[in-house]
Design a protein around this ligand. Structure first.
Ligand SMILES: [Zn+2]
Length: 284
């Protein structure tokens, strides 16, 4: 007979606490607009951003899902049951809402005519083309390091409850690409808030290209299938592939890189390294 947990124990369940904190963070970000220098512009920006992010994201998720299920090579074998598309889409739409509330800070300031770090021309950047491209590459390297260590943090005992939602999708589809809780959304996208500060100049055409590129990469990483040409191309330019990231969903304990596999190789957190460690422990 199993003992029933006491009400206090149930209340102190880390996963329940994480769910509460997650919703508090979402509400907190929405209410943060009351502190914005132009409140009306902030909330006007929130809904515009939410529509501009969610509609294309869901549309591309749907198209990539249909194409991948039809033409791709399944990584985890034939699906035994239908994937939980509505739960996946809910998680992604909730994350899009949190991102909209965050991005509405610099966007609302920009639209209100206030100084921000959002820059449209190279003259305003004070840089040449090659310097801007170099800056973008350095930015990608920084984001890769940031997302890898954030992901390692989310796999610690204290933070895993905030990441668990994403791992309920063991055999993911593109709809789960951004299905992460509000705390994880903040930990991933907080650099957006830097653009509120004029010295943190960001060249919008390249910055947006990098974000859109990251979104498409992430949709492919979660499509559950491989396309031979992409599996060959992506590792050659230092990026993760669908087969690589799918291992993180099936095994959970390896392949933490969200942009590239470099940190996994450096820190020996690849599937091979995890298996070698497991064997060494078994022999010991
Ligand atoms: Zn994970």
């Amino acid at each position: 007979m199993t003992a029933t947990p006491s009400p206090l124990r149930r209340l102190l369940n880390p996963h329940k606490i994480a769910v509460g904190v997650d919703w508090a963070v979402l509400i907190g970000f929405f209410l943060s607009g009351l502190l914005h220098p132009d409140i009306r512009m902030y909330y006007d920006s929130v809904w515009r951003l939410f529509v501009c992010i969610t509609v294309p994201l869901m549309a591309f998720s749907y198209v990539i899902y249909r194409v991948s299920e039809r033409y791709g090579r399944r990584i985890q074998g034939e699906r035994r049951k239908a994937p939980p598309l509505s739960e996946e889409a809910f998680g992604t739409i909730r994350a899009a809402f949190v991102v909209s509330c965050m991005a509405a800070w610099p966007v609302g300031m920009y639209r209100a005519g206030l100084p921000t770090g959002l820059v449209w021309t190279l003259d305003d950047m004070g840089l040449t083309w090659w310097m801007v491209v170099l800056e973008m590459y350095l930015g990608i390297i920084a984001i890769d390091a940031l997302t890898y260590w954030k992901h390692r943090l989310l796999h610690t005992k204290a933070f895993y409850p905030f990441h668990k939602h994403h791992h309920t999708f063991r055999d993911p589809t593109p709809f789960s690409g951004f299905a992460v809780g509000p705390v994880e959304t903040f930990l991933t996208f907080w650099p957006l808030l830097l653009t509120c500060f004029p010295p943190a100049k960001h060249f919008i055409p390249l910055y947006m290209t990098a974000i859109v590129g990251f979104v498409f990469l992430n949709l492919y990483l979660h499509c559950g299938v491989t396309f031979t040409w992409l599996e060959k191309l992506l590792p050659r330019i230092g990026l993760n592939s669908s087969a690589w990231h799918n291992v993180h969903h099936s095994d959970v304990v390896s392949n933490f890189g969200e942009v590239s596999f470099i940190w996994d190789k450096l820190c020996k957190t690849t599937r091979e390294a995890a298996q070698a460690k497991k064997m060494a422990r078994a022999e010991a």
